[in-house]
Ligand binder design. Structure first.
Ligand SMILES: [Zn+2]
Ligand SMILES: [Zn+2]
Length: 184
């Protein structure tokens, strides 16, 4: 009787251990988040695919979001250290050239491909596939989604600039690098 009880305790221990492991695996592979749109809903975790109730974006697996975020100050440091970094501006040509209502300027040497055209114009970026690439827009609403599109298409080293050009002058506008990178 004593032995049977011991066996039961042992078996239940094994069962809970296995159950716990299975639960962990399940958690990892079933965490969905909003396809990055730059809004707060990007951080809400859901347990099944579908669309985001806040912004209408497709929900994607959390661990499929692999791009990094950098601040404008960090971008300045990166450009100083590695001048060959690719800067990608995903706004409209009007915003890029300062013909739109919001005139934030653009970054020196940046490539301009609007987010709406990014997927059909990826060939233009084929030389940047293994390079470091930093994506930006005006308010960092479009650039996270563009960054996601790039990593989904095999780009290896993608970073998203947080805040966008709307915060440039306020955050790095007084730094010499911040001034020299800004084209108005
Ligand atoms: Zn989102
Ligand atoms: Zn959303």
């Amino acid at each position: 009787m004593k032995h049977l009880l011991l066996l039961l305790v042992l078996l239940s221990g094994l069962f809970f251990q296995a159950y716990g492991q299975k639960k962990n695996v399940k958690q990892d592979s079933e965490q969905y988040v909003c396809l990055p749109c730059g809004s707060d809903c990007d951080h809400a975790i859901v347990d099944k695919p579908g669309t985001c109730p806040h912004c209408g974006m497709r929900l994607v697996l959390k661990n499929s979001i692999v791009f990094k975020n950098v601040t404008p100050a960090e971008l300045c440091k990166i450009v100083a250290l590695r001048p060959d970094v690719v800067l990608l501006d995903v706004r409209t040509p009007e915003e890029f050239t300062g013909k739109a209502d919001e005139k934030f300027g653009h970054l020196k040497n940046a490539i301009n491909i609007p987010i709406q055209e990014l997927e059909s114009r990826l060939a233009e970026l084929k030389d940047a596939k293994n390079k470091e690439i930093i994506v930006y827009c005006s308010h960092s609403h479009r650039s996270p989604r563009a960054s996601y599109i790039l990593t989904e298409n095999g780009f290896k080293n993608v970073k998203n600039m947080t805040g966008g050009m709307s915060v440039w002058t306020g955050s790095v506008g007084q730094l010499s690098m911040g001034k020299s990178l800004l084209i108005r």
